[in-house]
Ligand binder design. Structure first.
Ligand code: PFF
Length: 471
């Protein structure tokens, strides 16, 4: 028999709107602004965008609903939640996988967030807007970024600063700060992105980038006697990366949405929240791509510039803009804040687990876990300098962490959550998810059907195709 632990009163969101903001804050982060444009650039542009959007709809939406419903119903951390809903089964291991993924993801996410914070200071000192066309433009900005990322002291220091900030917020608890701050930050971020989009589109030479980003190239593939139109150059690797990114961007597959859902009152609506979070996240990613990729072409850079793309291109864009100095500062501040609202949601998963399952106090859990993740992240912080010779499957340590977590841990976690709802929980899941909905949950049966079939099958097929080395 498991001994019942004394239950402290569970903290809840201040308001429904506060929850949506916090969950949107978790979803919108470096994934949208830093990662989406560069992986789209690396994997062929428009076709990748189309696959990504399909993944959001057939996989992201059902899994998000699943996580929120499990969390809200159980009112527990990702491991405890499965124990409450299906006691005595092995489903809780799905939550365990998520907690592990949390360590890995935050360890390298924090490194990129550290670069962004460093760029806030570079923007203030004018270092970001120095790269005018006469001063070498984007190529010079690229050189500057690479020598900065290679300096071990700086990368580790900024990684530390980011982890310290996230730790402090999580130490203080669920409600204070996050909700209030997000209300102002998100609208300002959208406004700045829109200005950047307009400016990028107006740059001479940007049209090639728009075509690359938004117009898929179609070719025909012969299957027996049939010629089927298909995206030119689209590989299984790209499909897996689009899938992994759908999970990453929506904060799915590791229990972050589950954990945030567990701080909801039982009568909070879920379908509206799911749709709002997914739409907001996708709009921001698409805007970031539209701000960046046309500019990449206009600046004469290659779209496959990798993780540094944001830091190569934007300084040159800001340098060419009237008021670029102010925009650069605002932009990097907002991206840093977006990274914080995401980083804390990852840290909260692990913290909630140690509080709920191991009986730790929040004030102990947050700093201990923050410190552990900082240490695990050091090799990632050194991956572009002192440790760049370390390679696994041709990738450096940072890329290995990113690849493994986004493309295997999260999809696998999402697959298992869908299976849990579809088969482990079954029709009761609809009833649980419908609770509190304004108009019932009319799409409940479609949702359950998707969790049973198409969502897990699609994820499994993509993972298997990739592992089997098809294309
Ligand atoms: N969704 C965040 C982003 O796009 O930056 C990253 C993230 C947060 C991933 C929380 C996973 C997670 F659980």
């Amino acid at each position: 028999m498991v001994k019942a632990k004394p239950r402290r009163l569970r903290e809840h969101w201040g308001s429904r709107f506060g929850f949506i903001l916090a969950a949107t804050g978790s979803a919108i982060g470096l994934g949208n602004i830093w990662k989406f444009p560069y992986i789209t650039g690396e994997h062929g542009g428009a076709a990748f965008v189309v696959v990504y959007l399909i993944c959001i709809i057939i996989i992201g939406l059902p899994v998000m609903m699943a996580e929120l419903a499990v969390g809200r119903t159980a009112q527990r951390n990702p491991v405890g939640a499965y124990k409450v809903i299906r006691p005595g089964t092995g489903w809780f291991l799905v939550g365990g996988l998520g907690v592990l993924a949390g360590f890995v993801i935050l360890s390298y996410y924090s490194v990129v967030a550290g670069w962004v914070m460093a760029y806030v200071f570079k923007a203030i000192t004018g270092a970001v807007t120095r790269f005018t066309a006469d001063a070498g433009g984007a190529a010079a900005a690229k050189g500057h970024f690479e020598s900065f990322a290679a300096r071990p002291g700086l990368s580790v220091l900024w990684h530390f600063v980011f982890m310290a900030i996230c730790t402090f917020i999580i130490f203080r608890g669920v409600r204070s700060g996050i909700e209030a701050a997000s209300k102002i930050l998100m609208p300002v971020l959208i406004a700045i992105l829109l200005v950047l989009v307009v400016w990028s589109l107006a740059l001479p030479g940007s049209a090639a980038g728009v075509r690359f980003y938004l117009v898929p190239k179609i070719t025909t593939v012969d299957v027996g006697p049939l010629s089927i139109p298909f995206f030119q150059g689209l590989t299984w690797s790209a499909v897996l990366i689009a899938l992994g990114h759908a999970f990453f961007s929506l904060s799915l597959g590791m229990g972050a949405m589950l954990t945030y859902g567990s701080y909801l009152e039982r009568n909070a609506d879920l379908s509206f929240s799911t749709a709002t979070i997914a739409v907001a996240d996708t709009v921001i990613a698409l805007l970031a791509g539209l701000a960046l990729l046309p500019a990449v072409f206009a600046m004469g850079l290659a779209p496959d510039g990798g993780p540094g793309l944001l830091f190569h291109t934007l300084p040159a864009v800001f340098a060419s803009m009237p008021g670029g100095f102010v925009f650069a500062i605002l932009f990097f501040v907002l991206v840093a804040l977006a990274a914080i609202t995401s980083g804390i949601s990852v840290l909260e998963v692990v913290t909630a687990f140690t509080i709920g399952e191991m009986g730790w106090r929040r004030r102990v859990a947050a700093p201990v876990i923050g410190a552990i993740i900082f240490v695990i992240g050091i090799p990632s912080a050194l991956s572009f300098g002192a440790m760049d010779k370390f390679r696994l499957f041709g990738l450096n340590f940072f890329d290995v962490m990113d690849y493994l977590s986004a493309n295997f841990f999260l999809p696998l976690g999402g697959l298992l959550i869908a299976l849990f709802v579809g088969w482990g929980w079954g029709p009761k899941a609809i009833k649980a998810a419908a609770e509190g909905s304004y108009h019932g949950f009319p799409t409940g049966r479609i949702w359950l059907w998707m969790c049973r079939t198409i969502t897990p099958l699609a994820v499994a097929a993509i993972i298997v195709a990739k592992v089997a080395g098809v294309g």
